[in-house]
Ligand binder design. Structure first.
Ligand SMILES: NC(=O)c1ccc[n+]([C@@H]2O[C@H](COP(=O)([O-])OP(=O)(O)OC[C@H]3O[C@@H](n4cnc5c(N)ncnc54)[C@H](O)[C@@H]3O)[C@@H](O)[C@H]2O)c1
Length: 251
């Protein structure tokens, strides 16, 4: 099931965290994985991990805040012998917790751009290639922050992740007729190096208390859902948000 043999999947933000977990799972399933990230060292380390078990990995160092850089890299991969079958957008996140009144204009722009504007760039760049092939999978990593206001989250982040869900639905409508599915996953509280560094012990205790499964998620548990939505088998699913949050929200 979920074979990616002869498929090329781009994973943004795959130098670490959830994106890295997706890249490793996809390579185990036979995909050629393109690690698209602006962290060259991290991307090369993940590529080496994949190559060490015989998987196929390429590195595409790209700043997703730049339309020109994003488009030229996507065009280059699409025109190469691998083509592009699926794209997973995991790059994003936020650097620290901040409340509405303390959120600077610069911080707003940085977080909205790296999460949401980058998704628009990626869709705009990859869709024409997928339309030509009459096949494509696009999966974005949003967040529970877009689904529920019960946990404290920074305003730029909740707004960007909410925008990603709306754009997912819109793109699914526009691209469905071309055999392209567009979906989102909304994880909550995953143990990744970035979030471990900014989450206080108090917040971890709150998460454990308010999550029916009583714990945080491992990156692999989120990646399983993302990889499924990127697979051939998810052929009649489009425009959805899959909540992967231990039951923390039940919509
Ligand atoms: N970890 C969590 O608890 C959690 C929960 C919900 C949603 N998410 C979302 O999941 C995704 C991955 O989270 P994570 O914790 O694994 O993040 P992370 O910070 O560990 O990884 C993000 C990656 O994106 C890359 N990146 C950021 N901006 C970029 C840009 N402009 N161009 C190219 N690369 C860029 C970084 O170099 C990094 O490798 C993010 O979108 C995040 O918002 C995470």
């Amino acid at each position: 099931m979920n074979s990616f043999q002869d498929q090329c999947v781009i994973v943004t933000g795959a130098a670490t965290g959830i994106g890295e977990a997706c890249a490793i799972q996809l390579a185990h399933k036979g995909a050629t994985v393109v690690i698209m990230d602006f962290n060259r060292q991290g991307a090369e380390d993940v590529a080496k991990k994949i190559q060490a078990f015989g998987g196929k990995a390429l590195v595409a160092v790209t700043d997703l805040n730049s339309w020109e850089a994003t488009k030229s890299k996507i065009d280059e991969i699409a025109d190469s012998e691998t083509g592009i079958h699926a794209l997973i957008h995991s790059a994003g996140g936020f650097p620290n917790y901040v409340n509405l009144l303390d959120c600077s204009i610069e911080a707003w722009d940085a977080v909205v751009n790296s999460n949401l504007r980058s998704m628009f760039y990626l869709l705009k760049a990859v869709a024409p290639h997928m339309m030509k092939n009459q096949y494509g999978r696009f999966v974005s990593v949003s967040s529970m922050a877009a689904r529920s206001g019960t946990n404290p989250n920074p305003p730029h982040y909740t707004a960007a992740k909410g925008g990603m869900l709306a754009l997912t639905r819109q793109a699914a409508k526009d691209l469905g007729p071309y055999g392209i599915t567009v979906n989102a996953v909304a994880p909550a509280n995953v143990t990744t190096p970035r979030t471990n560094a900014i989450r206080t012990a108090e917040r971890v205790a709150h998460i454990q208390k308010t999550t029916p499964l009583g714990r945080l998620a491992e990156a692999d548990e989120i990646a399983h859902a993302i990889v499924f939505l990127a697979s051939l088998e998810a052929s009649y699913i489009t425009g959805i948000t899959m909540d992967v949050n231990g039951g923390a929200t039940m919509i």
